[in-house]
Design a protein around this ligand. Structure first.
Ligand code: SOE
Length: 388
């Protein structure tokens, strides 16, 4: 007999859809004791038709338009937060106080001060919690972690991350409102730093350990845009692009770049690591592939013969690759939505005595510290040490 786990998803936009799909799919593909039940979805009261359509599409039992009522409900176990960033803090505090498990979209908060209170709240309440840095659960990225742990990269020298998109190039794109709140700093907290580089920083610290100091430069290319709410042209205060240098505690160097002005780049989330024994390169636009350069084999202790060295493209779809035994047969790829399903599978497994789930809110706080330091450095024009 499975144990029902009642889920409330707050937010019926892009992320609300991604999470609803993953909660629905997870027990089809993973053998788990808990069976998620889509209990209630919660969205804006301004558009009841949209809310009802969302409920029907995903099969929720009920709808609410006030998140506080959802938290008060006795029949909800998990509060899954897919609403804009400025609401995360208040909701997490209330959910933790009510003893609910917390799932929160990234970035965790608007700033470190908020994030610290959120961590304190979930830890005081002792509730299971996670932040959906879903790219850790791309099988190829999880395979990089395995290669690192096996010593196949060896002493790391360089970490290079990019996260580029192109959807805000036109000055006619407005800011704010339901679709474009990511362009409104009052709602999003920051631009590409919180929205895109938070992913890159989470992955980087998972793979390569803590970042110790950063120096950054940001740019806002379009200075004014019409605001959807006021209908007026208003200053743009988010960072459209951000580049920063980082040093890691392990002595390696990092470069990070993100923009929404890279014509032709849609979700170009890449990473490259160069170490003493080998290198890896990954690009989310080809998520089933991992490029691996093997120089020395730590298992045999031997250097690869010179005439055999070269970049190897691994098709990460074998049963032996992370998560892939739960999906299809070798050669059949999985994509974006599966990274959320893989995340929820690991979260549920951790409730059932499996490995402790990461990243928790505490881990996401460390990403928030780097994001805040990056923005501070860009303002000051100098290096900033990461505190905490
Ligand atoms: C921005 O366009 C965005 O939707 C991010 O907010 C997501 O976190 C990322 O996964 C895809 O791009």
């Amino acid at each position: 007999m499975s144990t029902p786990l009642n889920i409330a998803v707050l937010g019926c936009g892009f992320m609300g859809r991604a999470h609803s799909n993953a909660w629905l799919q997870v027990s089809h593909f993973f053998t788990l004791q808990h069976k998620p039940v889509l209990k209630v979805c919660c969205g804006s009261s301004n558009d009841p038709a949209k809310l009802n359509k969302f409920r029907e599409a995903w099969g929720y039992d009920s709808v609410e338009s006030d998140w506080k009522k959802v938290i008060d409900r006795k029949d909800v176990d998990v509060i899954d937060i897919c609403v804009p960033n400025h609401l995360h803090h208040e909701i997490v505090l209330a959910a933790a106080k009510a003893g609910k498990m917390v799932v929160c979209e990234k970035p965790l908060a608007m700033n470190v001060a908020e994030a610290e209170e959120m961590v304190a709240a979930v830890e005081k309440a002792g509730v299971a919690n996670m932040v959906t840095f879903n790219y850790r659960r791309v099988p190829a990225i999880a395979l990089i972690k395995q290669l690192i742990d096996e010593g196949r990269i060896g002493r790391p020298y360089h970490y290079r991350a990019t996260y580029n998109q192109d959807y805000t190039i036109s000055p006619e794109v407005p800011q704010g409102g339901r679709a474009l709140w990511r362009l409104d700093a009052k709602v999003a907290g920051s631009g590409v730093t919180g929205d895109l580089l938070a992913h890159s920083i989470d992955t980087a610290q998972w793979l390569n350990g803590p970042i110790r100091r950063v120096v950054a430069h940001t740019e806002t290319f379009v200075k004014e845009r019409k605001h959807v709410d006021s209908g007026k042209v208003e200053p743009v205060t988010i960072d459209d692009a951000c580049m920063f240098l980082a040093t890691f505690a392990n002595g390696s160097m990092g470069t990070f770049e993100s923009t929404r002005y890279a014509r032709g780049r849609k979700n170009y989330n890449t990473l490259e690591m160069n170490g003493e024994n080998g290198s890896v390169f990954f690009n989310l636009e080809d998520p089933h592939l991992l490029d691996f350069f093997r120089y020395a084999d730590p298992i045999s202790g031997k250097k690869v013969e010179d005439h055999l060295t070269g970049w190897q493209e691994i098709n990460v779809t074998n049963f032996e690759h992370p998560y892939m035994k739960n999906w299809w047969v070798p050669g059949c790829t999985i994509g974006y939505e599966h990274t959320f399903t893989n995340s929820f599978a690991d979260f549920l497994s951790s409730l059932e005595g499996g490995p402790k789930f990461e990243p928790t809110l505490r881990t996401a706080l460390s990403t928030q510290r780097v994001c805040d330091a990056v923005l501070e450095s860009a303002k000051k024009g100098s290096w900033v040490e990461i505190g905490g």
